[in-house]
Design a protein around this ligand. Structure first.
Ligand SMILES: Cc1cc2nc3c(=O)[nH]c(=O)nc-3n(C[C@H](O)[C@H](O)[C@H](O)COP(=O)(O)OP(=O)(O)OC[C@H]3O[C@@H](n4cnc5c(N)ncnc54)[C@H](O)[C@@H]3O)c2cc1C
Length: 385
């Protein structure tokens, strides 16, 4: 690991432990995520401490994925850490995509406000199951775009759009005659209306998750990201690093949950001895240690593959399945070790459990990754004949 990444990670860890963790009891945390006033207050402190957007260097260069892994894992030591340090989803993935595909003008207009932590963004891909729209299978996309003079006109409905409420930048996916397209949008826009905020199991992301109506949204042609019909290609560029960065942040949260459960098991007594001395409890913490280490190694391996310039589609599927399942087991055992306290809001352990459960669905449900891996196994088998 490079010295620069180790130094950044150490600064981030100190900041998250000393400054961010005390905010975990702040009343501005709501069922639909922390209020923007809380996010901005923490970001001001991160800016002062020199740990805002720590994975993007002052010259605009991105840390390697292996370097990013140790930094983002540290931001995850609190569920609020990624928000405070501006490494949270969906902004982190959106910044990455804009950095890779955006034109210089698009970067100046849309990327700078995100990197400086002054604005939030949202990624509009999924559509309601009820209308038969895009979900696990993005090719089912129903949202349309058609060229009208030098504008594109977009119509459709989206669902589960994280952070759409309060976002300043949107990346909207729609289908033209050429195929999938991506557009950069200034928000709010009267043509994009929130129908409702969904009540979901998780609550770490500001703005919550919205169902959205898009009616005759007019977007200047120069706000198309890349070329018409190439949208799924760009989604692929975003997806592998974005899903790996979820693994990094949730590894941080699960590590902290293990710290809290370990502390509980050492201090709390039952039947004449500390809980940790009961084999049933000690073994749960030991299994956690193994799952955490395997997750760390899986992330590092996949990050190394992405650093070679590979899209890492299969590798990031393997990492996402393995890490999200392992971290969910960790969070579940932490809840169990802590008894009633584990399911209460007194520590972040119950939030870790809820959040990591949701992580097994977004950025590709476990079964979809396994299904695509099975297709690859069949393809490779055929090619080897
Ligand atoms: C907390 C959260 C935040 C999200 N944020 C965003 C966001 O910001 N932007 C956005 O666009 N979307 C977002 N999503 C949507 C997310 O990407 C979708 O939920 C996901 O792609 C699955 O689509 P779906 O919910 O329509 O499930 P469906 O497509 O209905 O699938 C349901 C289940 O079917 C099974 N399944 C599907 N295909 C297969 C297969 N080939 N083989 C085996 N089993 C299969 C899986 O078990 C899957 O869980 C978010 C979702 C959540 C939960």
């Amino acid at each position: 690991m490079t010295e620069r990444a180790k130094a950044i990670a150490a600064r981030v860890e100190t900041f998250v432990r000393d400054v961010v963790i005390p905010y975990e009891t702040d009343e501005r945390r709501t069922g639909h995520g922390p209020a923007d006033s809380l996010v901005m207050e923490m970001r001001d402190k991160a800016r002062e401490a020199g740990v805002l957007t720590p994975h993007i260097l002052p010259d605009g260069a991105h840390l390697t994925q292996r370097e990013t892994a140790i930094v983002l894992t540290k931001t995850g030591l609190s569920p609020l850490g990624p928000l405070a340090c501006n490494t949270a989803a969906p902004d982190e993935g959106n910044m990455y995509l804009l950095g890779k595909v955006g034109s210089p003008e698009q970067k100046a207009h849309f990327l700078e406000s995100l990197v400086s932590g002054k604005a939030r963004s949202a990624f509009f891909m999924t559509e309601p199951a009820e209308g038969g729209g895009a979900g696990s299978d993005p090719s089912m996309m129903r949202t349309t775009c058609r060229l009208d003079g030098n504008h594109w006109v977009i119509n459709g409905r989206k669902k589960f759009i994280t952070g759409a409420e309060g976002a300043k930048v949107g990346i909207v996916m729609a289908k033209s005659e050429d195929g999938a397209c991506m557009f950069l949008i200034d928000l709010p826009d009267p043509a994009i209306r929130t129908i409702r905020l969904l009540d979901t199991i998780d609550n770490s992301m500001p703005g919550g998750h919205a169902e959205i109506d898009i009616v005759d949204l007019r977007v200047p042609a120069n706000q198309m990201l890349g070329a018409s019909g190439e949208g799924f290609k760009y989604a692929q560029i975003r997806l592998s690093p974005a899903r790996l960065s979820h693994c990094m942040r949730w590894l941080g949260v699960a590590t902290r949950a293990q710290e809290i459960a370990t502390d509980y098991a050492n201090r709390r007594h039952a039947f004449g001895k500390p809980l940790i001395d009961h084999e049933g409890v000690g073994f749960m913490l030991a299994d956690n240690l193994i799952d955490l280490k395997q997750s760390e190694l899986m992330i590092e391996w996949c990050a190394g593959v992405l650093d070679t310039g590979s899209l890492g589609t299969a590798e990031s599927s393997m990492a996402k399945v393995s890490v999200s399942d392992a971290l969910f087991r960790v969070a579940d055992r932490c809840v169990q070790v802590m008894g009633g306290t584990g399911v209460s809001g007194d520590t972040i352990v119950e939030q870790a459990f809820r959040e990591i459960r949701a992580f097994r669905i977004y950025d590709g449900p476990t079964e979809v990754h396994k299904w695509s891996l099975a297709k690859k196994i069949k393809r490779d088998w055929k090619e080897a004949r």
